[in-house]
Design a protein around this ligand. Structure first.
Ligand code: NAD
Length: 596
């Protein structure tokens, strides 16, 4: 028989604690909510009221249920109010000494059978437990932010946590409607161990002016389908909390430099810029605690004004290449009203690309997304050629040929001879340095990267890569063209992986390392990222779709360019590729797809 939890205590009513109170009270459990002082208690009460009022306003909670929920919560200052609860969850700031003091006190105040749980993100549950006389009844219950919304709970058992305590807490999670993954006590558990290196890396990109906050966030939302960009997520987590988590993970997790907090974070925390809770972090909010971002001095001008900044007029576009990317790019330009010259290495290839573009446009017609007349008009705008000479009068060239530097350099040298002056020359490379291609011409100022995503007609993002020689006008032109295509352009420097791949692939590689270390299973890791962080796919699902060989080669490039030891490809990834397990395309990768 699982233990009955009729009353629970929550200590600390900040970002997490107030949400945890709501989770319990919503599920019919009485809560004693404890803070350190009256003003802090009032803040906690206000967070709870704000959240439940929003749920009512959105029609997700009936008024009567909200009132009943509030009646289940008793607020108090000081831990003494917790003398008769069945379980306590502590959610105070991420400091080991503070948590140890609170657990020693809870041990004294609470009944001997009470389970004591911590919501720590990165500290050792074991170290917290030894501050009590009942380490076998101490456990980690790690909720995700916002606790009422996110489905995942990581249940963290130490080497001494009693199995029945683990079972009781698992049953409680089910009663709360949560999905739990039960794991051992390791820095960052599953989700944060995979998340925080990525978040810190994104802060580093921002700190070094590699890209703007808006562009970094848009890249990850639109390029990977994440619910929030990394900097907006840091603001939600709270920069003080994020700093402490990174610092602890750095110290506990093998001193991986990727967890050493980026210096800017410490400065922001010292300056009181803590994120949403203080009204300002990477972004500025309407007021403390509000999720509404308001413009501030670094908010970019409206796109139109920015793109007008020296952008050249583009009417005719050349697309070189005959693969998937070239095909998608031709379609996107033609649909947007540009005259397109497609150049391949032979008329047979041109015929194939033409067929592929037709097929794709026809799909749009069948789905009712494109009128037949618009399809015909788009096709009518494309001319098909097997010689670069036909690019003499285009205004923009987009190169999408094979990912080999020598081939691309030779092509750009030819374009340099053929194209008229002032043309913007763009490469779609996803891994080669754009500057190498630019220097194959005598006009490096006109060369940019235009990194489209696959499938191009569907994916809303384009990374505009400017090299140290790219002119502001060429960048502005690239941005204006993306806007005209209905795509969101993000501008970044010429570094391996640009924004999206540089942030995405190390995280995927880390997931493989975690699996390799037998810390958790592929299913639980996928669950953790989907249900704890709202990712559309777990890392192993995504790796099987992307292709393990592709992931390995991107990861190798990142490692070679940035020399970051943490970026070294996971040996398991290399072995799977060697074994020919490349993902869905070979019907086997991390999972067996043969029978699905
Ligand atoms: N923020 C997140 O996204 C997130 C997610 C999961 C877990 N966590 C973990 O949850 C814990 C709390 O983080 P947070 O972001 O909610 O912090 P927070 O700073 O928003 O809130 C902490 C609260 O604890 C209160 N407090 C401090 N000392 C206390 C004491 N002695 N007794 C009672 N209350 C006290 C503070 O007044 C404050 O309201 C941390 O361990 C953190 O790692 C955070």
């Amino acid at each position: 028989m699982a233990r009955e939890f009729s009353t629970v205590g929550v200590v600390g009513l900040g970002t997490m604690g107030a949400g945890i109170v709501e989770v319990f009270a919503r599920n019919g459990i009485d809560v004693v909510a404890v803070e350190i002082s009256e003003p802090a208690l009032e803040r906690g009460r206000a967070i709870l009221t704000g959240s439940t009022d929003r749920a009512v306003a959105k029609g997700k909670l009936a008024e009567a249920d909200r009132d009943a929920l509030h009646e289940r919560v008793r607020f108090a200052v000081g831990l003494d109010a917790l003398h008769s609860v069945d379980l306590v969850i502590e959610a105070v700031p991420e400091h080991l000494d503070l948590k140890q003091r609170i657990f020693a006190e809870l041990d004294r105040v609470c009944r001997p059978e009470t389970i004591l749980a911590t919501n720590t993100s990165s500290l050792s549950v074991t170290e917290i437990s030894v501050a009590t006389t009942r380490p076998n009844q101490v456990i980690g219950i790690h909720f995700f932010n916002p606790a009422p919304v996110m489905k995942l709970v990581e249940v963290v058992r130490t080497v001494v946590t009693a199995p029945e305590v683990v079972a009781d807490v698992e049953a409680l999670c089910a009663r709360l409607g949560k999905v739990d993954v039960t794991i051992n006590d390791r820095a960052g558990f599953i989700a944060n161990a995979l998340l925080f290196g990525y978040l810190n890396h994104a802060v580093g990109m921002f700190e070094s002016h590699y890209a703007t906050r808006e562009d970094i966030d848009a890249a990850m939302k639109l390029g990977c389908g994440l619910p929030m960009g990394p900097l907006a997520l840091m603001d939600l987590i709270g920069l003080d909390t994020a700093y402490e988590i990174l610092d602890t993970m750095y110290r506990r997790g093998g001193r991986d430099r990727r967890h050493a907090p980026v210096p800017l974070l410490k400065q922001m925390v010292t300056a009181g810029l803590l994120g949403r809770k203080s009204g300002r972090g990477f972004y500025t909010y309407e007021r403390p605690g509000s999720p509404v971002v308001v413009p501030d001095e670094t908010t970019p001008l409206a796109t139109d004004a920015a793109v007008a900044d020296g952008a050249r007029a583009i009417a005719k576009v050349g697309v070189v290449g005959s693969g998937t990317m070239a095909t998608g790019i031709i379609e996107v330009f033609a649909k947007a009203g540009y005259e397109v010259v497609s150049v391949t290495r032979g008329m047979e290839k041109s015929a194939k690309v033409c067929e592929a573009v037709k097929t794709s446009l026809n799909k749009g017609v069948v789905r009712g997304k494109l009128a037949e007349a618009d399809r015909d008009a788009a096709l009518g705008r494309v001319s098909w050629s097997a010689t670069l000479d036909h690019l003499a009068d285009v205004d923009l060239v987009v190169e999408a040929v094979v990912e080999e530097l020598s081939v691309k350099k030779a092509l750009f040298a030819s374009l340099d001879e053929i194209c008229k002056p002032g043309v913007v020359l763009a490469t779609t490379t996803s891994s080669l340095p754009v500057i190498d291609v630019a220097m194959a011409t005598h006009r490096p100022a006109d060369v940019v990267g235009l990194h489209f995503f696959n499938p191009t007609p569907v994916m809303p993002l384009v990374e505009v890569v400017r090299t140290i020689r790219t002119s502001p006008e060429a960048t502005a032109t690239a941005r204006a063209v993306c806007a005209a295509l209905g795509k969101t352009a993000v501008v970044c420097g010429d570094r391996s992986g640009f924004i999206v791949n540089a942030l995405l692939f190390p995280y995927l590689n880390d997931a493989v390392k975690m699996l390799e270390a037998s810390y958790s299973t592929a299913d639980d890791i996928d669950h953790a990222m989907k249900l704890g962080c709202g990712y559309p796919m777990g890392p192993f699902e995504l790796l099987d779709v992307v292709g393990l060989d592709v992931a390995l080669s991107i990861q190798r490039e990142l490692y070679l360019e940035l020399r970051e030891p943490g970026f070294a490809p996971a040996p398991l990834l290399e072995h799977l590729v060697t074994a020919g397990y490349l993902g869905r395309k070979t019907r086997r990768g991390f999972r067996d797809h043969a029978h699905r």
